[in-house]
Design a protein around this ligand. Structure first.
Ligand code: SF4
Length: 703
């Protein structure tokens, strides 16, 4: 950090990490980023966390891909056996022309030989809106089906399923900054001090001015000490806990009758259903005493304005959609939607997971969540895409695509910025699937674990090297600007995807991301009044907005919901156990997640020097009593095993973790947590159960 007088130039952009979407100022000296400052964006008001402030030097790491690579004829069998610093026994350098011809040619051969469904694609929530839009267009136009997806499937697919079903929109109903106007807020299954740190600062300010914060989580966490009540419930019992709260509200007549009559449907059936879930019956299941359940329910119902925030602790279960249905019902029951200081807010994970989803990078919907089954929606995009016939059949999701590749039904893939070899559940199965592909094209910044299985690797520009828009968790569309040039021959993703599309005969003529944005906005009513020029000038606009001077609505649905009836719906949910429960062989619960210093599969942050120095090593967090029982000390090498695999990593003592639980972050390839996770899916959102698997833990025997 230094004085701005020491720098040559400042470029304003957006942080490339989490969905908070902090605006940043890159301070440049001699053509390089010297440091990063927080900028006064609407979501962060100049605040930054450690990732935003210090996580930028990965762009100059020696592992950066700077030339296209093609797998050598004499390469060893595909596997995680490539050294990113010395990949030359597996790959050779190629010109862009050769690499793009090879990439597109291989996919086209599979399409022509086996039909379009033999090829699928994973796009990325780390790319811009324009890049996400082009990616889904390429698969839909070039291969004639909807088998494309991205990491939203692994984070909030179940939340979006429940929101679409019951509220009519998959985005948040209120920005997280609205907590300023709330009296009470529930944060459940989220760990904002680690995963949305700048949002957490607003939550702490809310407490300082007298707001009641209720934290609900199987793990203790950073917000616990700020909480009015901390409900450390048993993992996987969210529905029991939430139904008990709603039972109290209904039983004690605390529900908001006027709101329910005016804005909702299905209340009578829901009320009948919920009366069964008394706190006394649910307490033994969820592990929270009935009096605390009653106290929290009464406080939430009585509050003038309440908000609910949730994260992947809610969504990453086979009952993730039911969990979200309960949260929606709780807010509706108490009339906490559509006014200042009220609302439903699933905290989005990646910096552009909201935008990539809005842009249609989802197998069942076109941009703006317009169903592929809708003839009107297909007609709209067909007219924008020069008459392309769009398939009316919803496509496969992330885990289903990997399963189809494993079964050799999918034979070719185009993977842009995703790392399924690390991020998919049961990663050994995912890696086998990648190895079975006849043709894999990977486009990325680094030679990721997934790129190790590629036939062609296309080197992409990193976020600080390109222009594009991104949409944060608050529905705010923001402009990202390039601070430095990409290294070597690396190019922005939109350009690479365009050139690949043209080799598939699609005839795309985009010369700048603004042209892509204009086409995208023509098919997306959410972007009405949000032009590229406006974003250039204003930096950030929240949708929906009513005109060029309106900064956009922080709170929506005060006058009804975008459902056919105009009303939100109460959806009853029943308690279902996790897919795999502990038993004698695997007596503990494994849960996985992120950590403050590392981002997802670690491709960027483990190459950011400050962040890597802070957290250089994979650890398993265990309660001190558990360590004692196992005869282990912090730092000891442990073995954690599930029915799918075993990994070795150091023990970390952590009182926040329950005594029957182990927590492992999924950023470390040398001890990949997802070798252990369960691929069982939520039936609605098709999200895997990353948050619950049966495991056993022991001190590792010497190697
Ligand atoms: Fe970046 Fe999120 Fe940290 Fe903000 S809170 S600086 S967006 S990682």
């Amino acid at each position: 950090h230094g004085d701005s007088a020491d720098t040559d130039e400042t470029v304003r952009s957006v942080c490339p990490y989490c969905g908070v979407g902090c605006q940043i100022d890159y301070r440049l000296k001699d053509g390089k980023i010297a440091w990063v400052d927080g900028a006064p964006g609407p979501a962060n008001e100049s605040r930054l966390c450690v990732k935003g402030r210090f996580g930028f030097d990965y762009i100059a790491h020696p592992h950066r891909l700077t030339r296209p690579l093609i797998r050598r004829e004499d390469a060893p069998p595909k596997g995680l056996n490539v050294d990113p610093a010395d990949p030359w026994t597996h790959f050779r350098e190629a010109s862009w022309d050769e690499a793009l011809d090879r990439a597109a040619g291989g996919l086209a051969v599979l399409r022509d030989r086996h039909g379009g469904a033999a090829v699928s694609g994973f796009g990325s929530a780390k790319c811009s809106n324009e890049e996400a839009y082009l990616f889904q267009k390429l698969i839909r136009q070039g291969f004639g089906h909807n088998n494309l997806d991205h990491c939203t499937r692994l984070c909030h697919a179940s939340s979006v399923a429940a929101l679409m079903e019951n509220v009519g929109s998959g985005a948040v109903t209120a920005s997280f900054n609205e907590i300023e106007h709330a009296d009470i807020a529930i944060v459940i299954g989220a760990n904002p001090t680690e995963n949305h740190p700048v949002a957490a600062t607003y939550f702490k300010q809310f407490v300082k001015r007298g707001g009641k914060l209720v934290v609900m989580d199987p793990r203790g966490q950073g917000l616990k000490r700020h909480a009015w009540r901390m409900l450390q419930f048993r993992p996987g019992t969210d529905v029991a806990l939430l139904n008990a709260l709603m039972c109290v509200v209904v039983e004690e007549n605390l529900h908001d009758r006027q709101y329910i009559e005016g804005f909702t449907e299905n209340f009578a059936e829901f009320a009948d259903h919920i009366r069964d879930f008394t706190p006394e019956k649910m307490a033994p299941l969820c592990g929270v005493d009935p009096e605390t359940l009653r106290e929290v329910a009464r406080a939430f119902a009585a509050a003038r304005a309440g908000m609910i925030f949730w994260g992947m602790g809610v969504s990453q279960h086979i009952h993730g959609t039911d969990n979200s249905r309960c949260l929606i019902a709780l807010a509706l029951l108490c009339g906490h939607v559509g006014r200042p200081g009220t609302g439903l807010h699933p905290l989005r994970g990646q910096n552009n997971v909201q935008g990539a989803s809005d842009a249609g990078l989802i197998p069942m919907v076109l941009p703006d969540y317009q169903s592929v089954t809708s003839g009107e929606a297909r007609e709209l995009f067909s007219s924008l895409w020069g008459g392309t016939e769009i398939s009316p059949e919803p496509g496969l999701t992330v885990v289903e695509i990997i399963d189809a590749a494993h079964a050799r039904r999918i034979k070719g893939m185009y993977v842009l910025g995703e790392n399924p070899a690390m991020s998919d559940p049961d990663a050994a199965h995912a890696r086998e699937a990648l190895a079975r592909l006849e043709h894999l094209v990977v486009q990325d910044v680094f030679l990721t674990e997934t790129a190790m299985f590629a036939d062609v690797i296309l080197p992409a520009a990193a976020w600080p090297e390109k222009t594009g828009t991104v949409t944060n968790t608050n529905r705010t569309v923001q402009m990202g600007r390039p601070a430095v040039a990409p290294p070597g021959d690396a190019r922005p993703d939109w350009e690479i995807t365009r050139d690949l599309a043209n080799r598939l005969g699609l005839g795309w003529t985009y010369a700048h991301p603004s042209e892509v944005y204009a086409e995208m906005a023509a098919g997306m009513p959410s972007l009405d009044h949000i032009t590229w020029d406006r974003l250039e000038a204003q930096g950030a606009v929240t949708y929906p907005t009513t005109g060029p001077q309106d900064p956009g609505a922080a709170v929506v649905f005060g006058d009804g919901f975008p459902r056919p009836s105009g009303r939100a719906r109460f959806a009853p949910a029943r308690v279902t156990p996790p897919a795999e429960v502990p038993d004698d062989a695997f007596p503990m619960i494994l849960t996985t997640g992120r950590m403050l210093e590392h981002w997802h599969t670690g491709a960027m942050t483990r190459r950011a020097s400050t962040l890597d120095a802070l957290e250089p090593e994979a650890t398993v967090a265990l309660h001190p009593q558990t360590l004692k029982k196992l005869g282990a000390w912090p730092g000891d090498l442990m073995e954690v095993e599930t029915r799918r695999g075993a990994i070795r990593l150091s023990a970390r003592s952590d009182r926040a973790v329950a005594e029957d639980m182990a927590f492992i972050p999924f950023a470390f390839v040398e001890a990949a947590a997802n070798l252990l996770t369960n691929p069982a899916l939520d039936p609605y959102g098709k999200i895997p159960e990353f948050k619950f698997a049966a495991c056993r833990v022991r001190v590792a025997a010497p190697a």
